[in-house]
Design a protein around this ligand. Structure first.
Ligand code: GLN
Ligand code: ZN
Length: 761
């Protein structure tokens, strides 16, 4: 029996082409609409998706593509992993689900964390020895029926059991030796139950996603993978199984899965650079379908169809069937480039969003199985676009290339730290334990309205500028009244810390509707970095100068670092990421220099995404960290010793990047620490970090205002780890998402707490 899949994609966006689900969710949470209306929006979106995927010509349409929040949370609910604090609330199933994602007064939410190295965030299941896995929810089956009634036979997609457990965390209070993976046999039994139900429902194929094996895994993890898929494969009554991997090479898991009794294996041939070479020596594929992820599911460039076909040709004959697919779910790209009416037409012709990627998959599959002649026009059209992009003048900037070539190690080197410190002390004259903030102040409705009015043309540039200046003045006065030592202008002119810079740099375009789900109802609209990056003119200097004129105290200039700009953009795929980072670094370096020339004595370059871009495999860490650190240093060198460089990092779990933080050589590093109670300071001490450090003493992720006493305790803990000369006092992160009332009280408390512990100068 042949077990064909044919052309497919591993998943599809679900937030809605116009973010319909986002609006419905937020309305439901505000009790503006009821559950039936919310369900109707989600139903319409998924039925539209199924139909359009079928009509586009895919042989196999992914199912279970709908989610009210997140696919890992969906799996937790499907298999009964609902912690008691939520189950006990007595809410409806849907509200229990939302309580797990968002928390309620009496039950804090499950944690949320990044989905591998993407900008998508999943909900982290909490598992204990007592978690009783069983099939507890029929949504997967129901949605299969729903699609079947519309005439679309879908392939339900579910997070695989190993990835589910490897991404879970032990619940608080679980025995120290307990690992969620200890429960794999029980969870696999629950998956077996689901497969039985799907079989009875008439499902032909099911897709279980195991991206966890694109990261480093232990022998125990691999053994568990082998056992789990042997068990599932040996079930008598089940659909055919596609195990999908993505985000990189499978390493040893490739052989394990190839020899397991499942019918199909999905491999990422875009991020997985080695897989194509490894496949010929893997045994067990002959009777399987190889689902070849040839179309990049994470970036927005048109596929080089000839290149992809050449890759696919080497696979023919290795497996029973070779089916064309995307490298991963299309969740990570926007819906449809045709919705973009304002992007420069030439750049637009190089782009493929989800809808265009589906077409590419169909074309590739036809070319592979029915011959190139069957799609010669489409192949020719693709060729023209690829050639146009490769030869486009606007992609290259000779001046930028020349600067890059001329770079020497000393361009990424500042002077001796002791001398810098002395020069900065003299210039800044700060008290011990200087107080500051991370940059943004609350973005008021007025500020947002002014930005919208400028965009729609109802106010002119001069009026807008005046409104922003008024806001800056207010923020400066407030900080002076509170008694902060190093002030900020508050960033009112920035919609987003990356988008703002991308809009002022050459080499980027922005989209109008290119939204991608970040978590729950939240979406981001990443800029597209298509060419050599340069800065046509100063970006922040006027605002910073204006703010500095209002006060005697030092005002910090505020910039976003190269790594973070890359991490939150769609980046070009035609040169090494490190080269792109160095280009962005040079643009930021120019801005740093101009700020210094304008009399700004403290400049902060934020790198909250330094940890985010870390490759999944440890073998690739050093190469990444080398260019990441170098690009930060390029951006922040070439200035006087007396100019103080700050950086800000958003997370407290550094692990793998802690040495890189030392290597950044910033004069002052502020870092999230309020929730982890200053532990990060010990970690920094352990690697010999000896610069200024501002561990966050106010958790801005919560609307709670900390009491002065709590802050004093945190500061005392900090002083136990770091000498007073090196300690700075600041919140965990920017204040943009908070309200003025809470921020004022919180900062007042932070300052009185500082005064309570501040040694005499
Ligand atoms: N300077 C930025 C702000 O204050 C930093 C934001 C961030 O760390 N994500 O908003
Ligand atoms: Zn932050």
């Amino acid at each position: 029996m042949t077990s064909t899949i044919g052309s497919t994609v591993l998943g599809y966006p679900r937030i809605g082409p116009n973010r319909e689900l986002k609006r419905a969710l937020e309305n439901y949470w505000k009790s503006r609409i009821g559950e039936p209306e919310l369900r109707e929006v989600a139903r319409t979106l998924r039925t539209d998706a199924w139909r359009s995927l079928r009509d586009a010509g895919l042989d196999s349409v992914p199912g279970n593509t709908s989610s009210y929040y997140d696919q890992v949370l969906d799996a937790a609910v499907t298999f009964g992993a609902v912690p008691p604090r939520f189950a006990e609330l007595g809410l409806s199933p849907l509200d229990t689900y939302f309580a797990m994602a968002r928390g309620v007064e009496s039950a804090p939410p499950l944690e949320m964390t990044k989905w591998f190295d993407t900008n998508y965030h999943y909900i982290v299941p909490e598992i204990g020895p007592e978690t009783a896995f069983r099939l507890s929810d029929q949504t997967v089956v129901d949605q299969y029926h729903e699609a079947a009634e519309l005439g679309v036979k879908t392939r339900p997609v579910v997070v695989g059991p190993l990835t589910f457990l490897l991404l879970s965390k032990p619940r608080d209070g679980a025995p120290a030796s307990f690992r969620p993976l200890d429960k794999v046999d029980e969870l696999v039994s629950a998956y077996a139950e689901l497969l039985g139900e799907l079989h009875r429902a008439g499902v032909e194929w099911v897709q279980l996603d195991e991206p966890a094996f694109a990261a480093d895994r232990s022998q125990a993890d691999l053994d568990a993978l082998r056992t789990a898929y042997r068990r599932l494969g040996e079930l008598a009554q089940r659909p055919k199984i596609l195990v999908a991997s993505y985000f990189g090479d499978l390493g040893d898991a490739l052989g394990v899965l190839a020899s397991s009794p499942v019918e199909a294996l999905g491999v990422d041939l875009v991020a997985g650079q080695r897989t194509v070479d490894e496949l010929p020596s893997v045994s067990g594929l002959r009777d399987k379908t190889l689902v070849a992820g040839l179309v990049d599911g994470r970036n927005i460039w048109r596929t080089d169809l000839d290149g992809a076909l050449a890759k696919a040709a080497t696979l023919l004959g290795l497996a029973g069937e070779v089916a064309v697919s995307t490298s991963c779910s299309l969740l990570h790209v926007p819906y449809d480039v045709e919705a973009e009416t304002d992007i420069d037409p030439q750049v637009k012709s190089w782009l493929a969003f989800a809808a265009q990627k589906v077409d590419e998959v169909v074309v590739l599959d036809r070319a592979l199985h029915q011959g190139r002649d069957s799609v010669s026009e489409q192949l020719e059209d693709g060729r023209r676009r690829i050639a146009d992009r490769a030869n486009a003048e606007r992609v290259r900037n000779d001046r930028v290339q020349a600067r890059l070539t001329a770079l020497k190690p000393e361009h990424a080197q500042r002077g001796d730290y002791a001398k810098r410190l002395a020069a900065q002390r003299k210039s800044l004259r700060l008290p011990p334990l200087p107080t500051t903030t991370i940059g943004s102040f609350p973005q008021t409705t007025d500020v947002r309205k002014a930005r919208a009015a400028l965009r729609s043309g109802s106010i002119d540039q001069a009026t807008y500028k005046q409104r922003m200046r008024d806001e800056i003045e207010r923020v400066i006065r407030l900080q002076e009244d509170l008694g902060l030592d190093v002030l900020v202008h508050g960033e009112p002119e920035r919609n987003d810390m990356v988008q703002y810079f991308s809009e002022h740099l050459d080499g980027f375009v922005s989209t109008h509707n290119g939204w991608v789900q970040s978590y729950g109802s939240r979406c981001v609209r990443p800029p597209i970095l298509f060419g050599d990056v340069s800065r046509p003119e100063p970006i922040t200097v006027d605002w910073a100068k204006y703010a500095q004129r209002l006060t005697e105290k030092p005002v910090k200039g505020m910039l976003t670092g190269p790594v973070t700009i890359l991490a939150w953009s769609f980046v070009r795929d035609d040169q090494p990421l490190g080269d792109t980072a160095r280009q962005v670094a040079l643009a930021i370096r120019d801005e740093v220099k101009d700020l210094e020339n304008a009399g700004i004595r403290v400049i902060q370059v934020d790198e909250p995404a330094l940890r985010e871009l870390l490759p999944l495999r440890s073998a690739a860490h050093q190469d990444y960290l080398d260019w990441a650190v170098e690009s930060f240093r390029l951006a922040t060198s070439g200035i006087a010793e007396s100019t103080q460089i700050h950086t800000h990092l958003c997370y407290s779990e550094f692990g793998d990047v802690i040495n890189a933080i030392v290597a950044l050589d910033a004069d002052v590093t502020s870092i999230e620490a309020a929730r982890s109670r200053m532990e990060v300071l010990d970690d920094l001490n352990a690697v010999g970090f000896a610069r200024g450090v501002g561990p966050g003493v106010y958790d801005i992720h919560s609307p709670r205002v900390p009491e002065a006493g709590e802050v004093t305790d945190l500061l005392k803990a900090a002083l136990a780890a770091v000498p007073a000369e090196r300690l700075w006092v600041n919140p965990d992160c920017g204040l943009k998402t908070r309200g003025y009332a809470e921020v004022e009280t919180a900062l007042k408390n932070v300052i009185s707490a500082t005064e309570a512990v501040r040694p005499a100068s």
